[in-house]
Design a protein around this ligand. Structure first.
Ligand code: AHR
Length: 784
């Protein structure tokens, strides 16, 4: 029977709204040393061990003492340029010799300099006593060869800002910014900055053009910012060096923005701040989606007392006024003074990042009520924790329903197999519930296989646009020399950037989103086929102690749940790295029971079951990261997927009755008789064809199709209602790659769509999708 994909062009099923966007998260040096174009690292001498144990005030700076020179560098704080920027550099040039001064090493291999490109230098400086000879500013290559030179004449009557423009005479990606004295004396410097003149859209305090352009090319409907964990991990006092991310700290002249610890182990200058984020959103046509802390740090259990929440809620209201208020309002005026009289048209606001725990949800309600009352049109986003299912996830959804949140932020990082197995995840979500904001998701990896699985999953998001409002892949950016997290969508060093296979899928879906979903029917496609037989979770059972932890287990009982037969095993005391191998079972319905006790350490137990090897197993984890989880995960080829999670703290020297029941692929866990987890480790289902279709407001028809299988598939495609029309347009195809293939600096577009012209005569035609391919057709009635 002929396979037929029919798209009913007369039925606009669901508006697709702002479905696909991006998430800018400041980790992996995505801001400083990344999108933010500043080339000097530690420009204001504020680096501190609070940011990173290896940091100090002179991180990334070195002294220059050529033959006969004598120089000392000290970071001081007695007379700063302002109180928010407390440290500065004191340079004592005791002898000049062949060259006396200091230099900045930049990020990565150094300061990237390109022949004929212009660089904007600026700094604050002064001297203790008058000097006659100017200070020389040089851009040099790695070997010290001078590629550009300028000068400044500091004075001894207080801090002053100096600027000069430098043009590089050669290319060197390991350059240095060198500042040389020509006369002995005491010199002071602060906010030493170097920007390429060529920044994105020529903005002041601007963004690196090559990275910004890759983002702009996606035409995202929205941009979530600035994180991630950095939003809610930190001190509650906005004046503290390690404070939570507080937006008001990020406004105004860069020299007045305080330095902050980024919880990913580095320093944030806040040079890329809220004004710049809003401006960038506007520049790329993305709706801004800021996320504010909810007065709670789930990583350290810090919380603002309810009666002191007022200023935090006011901060959220002020942000809305900053973005949308007219220039007569207090915060609208500040925006206008910063150079943007027109509002930024804020529509979405997130409170909290992947929150776990009652204290957050207690506080969310106060934020929600106050914002709703004053700004009823703002779409408020609640949070459902870092996992795809479980009690904490449900708690987020319950809170969203009770409060009437517009959206719920879901986060999950899983194996590609999980994404294929969960293609139907949102089929049962209800249109009348808050909408899903899939604020962070990715399959573990940047191979073509990952991108293929994500593309298939995304057709599932799109066909469920009644329930899924917004979705963005995460993380977005990664500097190859400062990796906190992988995979990432875009990789860069100090002068090159490339999009991964995942990037090209995201871009393909974003640039071809469509405005309305069309009714689409597949006829005679094979029923979904399971990738493997529906095999039970049998295999070895192993108890082990988690990292840094010592546990005891005893009274171990294994029960065949079909026959009632019982086996016993000897208990053991286990340290990190030790494991107790118990049974190797072929049963499909069994129960393991034991008494477990944590003796010491920071985490708890790991119980592996369905164990084939370390890379392929299921795990019941008690304690987990931060000792706050009881979760079940599934590991496929070394890539884990958390199937469900509940909040649980394992106490020291307390006995727990632990029980695991497995039936087929269904799993239940109990602690002291209380059901903690209930889940199913679903096997991937491979559909013969994943598809979705939409129409945009210009009348373009968009058909997305994904073949995750090895063999090609041929079928007829008909756009019903267009039988008398020749539809013309483009076919974008990703195919012909190995599943393990990846893009790289050397081959940045190895995996990227190939565009070809297509004609669908009389609205119909035969389509062949090669094995492992992603195809998007964009068709219009005229020859646009
Ligand atoms: O994207 C990496 C991290 O994953 C984010 O900071 C956090 O929100 C999630 O746990």
């Amino acid at each position: 029977m002929q396979k037929h994909l029919k798209i009913d062009t007369s039925q606009k099923v669901t508006p697709l709204g702002d479905l696909y966007g991006i998430f800018f998260e400041d980790l992996n040096h995505a801001a400083d040393g990344g999108l933010y174009a500043e080339l000097v690292q530690n420009r204001s001498f504020e680096f501190d061990p609070i940011d990173n144990k290896a940091y100090h005030g002179l991180t990334a700076w070195e002294k220059l003492e050529k033959k006969g020179a004598k120089v000392t560098l000290e970071v001081e704080d007695k007379a700063p340029i302002n109180s928010r920027n407390p440290h500065y550099l004191t340079v004592t040039a005791k002898a000049i010799g062949d060259g006396a001064g200091f230099m900045n090493l930049g990020f990565n291999t150094g300061i990237p300099l390109e022949k004929a490109k212009i660089y904007q230098f600026s700094c604050y400086s002064k001297t203790e006593t008058a000097v006659e000879k100017p200070v020389v500013i040089k851009l040099t290559g790695a070997e010290g060869q001078v590629l550009a030179e300028g000068s400044l004449q500091p004075e001894n009557n207080g801090w002053r800002k100096y600027e000069c423009t430098l043009t590089a005479t050669a290319t060197d990606y390991s350059g240095r910014l060198v500042i040389e004295m020509q006369e002995t004396g005491k010199y002071y410097f602060d906010m030493i900055s170097l920007f390429p003149a060529d920044v994105y859209k020529g903005r002041k305090n601007g963004l690196r053009a090559d990275i910004a352009e890759l983002l702009a090319d996606c035409k995202p409907k929205f941009m979530r910012f600035p994180g991630g964990c950095l939003v809610h991990d930190g001190s509650l006092d906005s004046e503290d060096r390690d404070s939570l991310y507080r937006w008001k700290n990020t406004l105004g002249p860069v020299e007045e923005r305080p330095s902050r610890r980024n919880n990913w182990g580095y320093n944030q200058t806040l040079g890329l701040g809220y004004f710049e984020y809003f401006q960038f959103c506007e520049d790329i046509g993305a709706k801004p989606l800021p996320v504010l802390p909810g007065g709670y740090d789930p990583h350290h259990q810090r919380m603002v007392p309810i009666e002191e929440l007022g200023p935090w809620i006011q901060e959220a209201l002020d942000l809305i006024e900053f973005a949308n208020g007219d220039k007569e309002t207090e915060w609208g005026k500040i925006r206008a003074e910063l150079g943007h009289e027109e509002p930024f048209h804020l529509e979405y606001l997130g409170i909290g990042n992947e929150e776990i725990g009652e204290p957050f949800f207690e506080r969310y309600t106060y934020f929600h009520k106050a914002i709703r009352e004053k700004y009823p049109d703002i779409k408020l986003i609640n949070s459902s924790g870092p996992f795809a299912a479980g009690k904490e996830y449900e708690r987020g959804w319950t809170s969203a329903r009770e409060n009437g949140s517009d959206l719920v932020d879901e986060h999950y990082y899983q194996s590609p197999e999980w994404f294929l197995a969960n293609y139907h995840r949102y089929d049962t979500f209800k249109a009348e519930d808050p909408k899903v904001f899939l604020g962070e998701y990715a399959s573990w990896g940047n191979t073509y296989y990952n991108a293929l699985a994500e593309a298939a999953f995304m057709t599932g998001l799109e066909k469920n646009a009644h329930a899924v409002g917004l979705a963005c892949y995460a993380p977005l950016l990664c500097n190859t020399d400062y990796v906190n997290w992988r995979p990432d969508m875009i990789w860069f060093n100090n002068h090159e950037v490339f999009g991964t296979a995942n990037y090209y899928v995201q871009k393909l879906f974003m640039t071809n989103q469509g405005d309305y979903l069309l009714k689409t029917t597949g006829e005679n496609f094979a029923e979904s086929v399971t990738a493997e037989e529906n095999r039970p979770l049998s295999g070895k059972l192993i108890i082990s102690a988690a990292v840094n932890t010592e546990v005891n287990c005893r009274e171990i009982i294994f029960e065949d749940m079909t026959t009632g037969e019982i086996k016993k095993a000897q208990g053991a005391a286990l340290k990190e790295g030790e494991q107790l191998e118990l049974f190797d079972t072929k049963l499909s319905h069994y129960r393991l029971k034991f008494i477990g006790e944590k003796k010491s350490g920071t985490r708890g137990f790991e119980i592996s079951f369905g164990y084939e090897n370390r890379e392929n197993r299921a795990i019941w984890e008690l304690g987990g990261w931060q000792n706050q989880d009881c979760l079940v995960s599934s590991m496929v080829k070394g890539r884990g997927s958390c199937l469900t999670q509940s909040f649980f703290v394992v106490e020291n020297n307390r006995e727990y009755q632990l029980e695991l029941e497995v039936k087929g692929r269904k799993i239940k866990t109990y602690i002291d008789g209380v059901l903690m987890n209930e889940t199913e480790d679903k096997l991937p289902i491979l559909k013969e064809l994943y598809y979705t279709a939409s129409v945009d407001n210009n009348g373009d028809y968009i058909v997305k199709m994904v073949n995750v299988k090895e063999n090609p598939i041929t079928f007829t495609l008909t756009l019903e209602g267009q039988e008398k029309t020749d539809l013309r347009g483009s076919r974008y195809m990703m195919s012909g790659y190995g599943l393990d293939d990846m893009n790289s600096f050397e081959e940045p577009k190895k995996i990227s769509p190939v565009q070809e012209a297509v004609v669908l005569s009389n609205g119909t035609g035969e389509i062949t999708l090669p094995g492992h391919s992603i195809v998007v057709l964009r068709l219009s009635k005229d020859d646009r």
